[in-house]
Design a protein. Structure first.
Length: 120
């Protein structure tokens, strides 16, 4: 599995997980100049902007460390643009998921709700 396939696989797993938890997937791979959000989902008045990091076992940088300060700013910028284009009354939340995949199987799955906030 190449890097792009690996990322898509992880996003698919997370979208399935969220749907099973009762979330409605609003968008996947929402992209604006300078930023992207892997999954945007809604449940109970919350809109979750979800960053998915998919890795193979024993990466040099784990999925959570890969969400740097600059990456967070890009996600926040994209969430602001999404909210401008698609007005809503939901409370925003920024989640990060680290999915570890080996031989097309999920071997580790860590989901952090409210991993960071929009304060700069």
């Amino acid at each position: 599995m190449d890097k792009k396939e690996l990322g898509y696989f992880g996003e698919k797993v997370v979208a399935y997980f969220l749907e099973k938890k009762g979330y409605r997937i609003l968008r996947r791979n929402f992209t604006v100049k300078g930023g992207e959000i892997d999954i945007i989902a809604e449940k109970d008045g919350i809109i979750a902007f979800v960053e998915v990091k998919t890795r193979t076992p024993d990466p040099l940088v784990n999925g959570f460390e890969a969400v740097t300060k600059s990456k967070k700013k890009l996600i926040i910028r994209a969430s602001e643009e999404y909210s401008y284009r698609f007005p809503h009354d939901f409370q925003p939340r920024f989640d990060v998921v680290w999915v570890t995949v080996s031989e097309r199987k999920v071997v580790n799955f860590q989901y952090i709700e409210n991993a960071f906030d929009a304060s700069r």
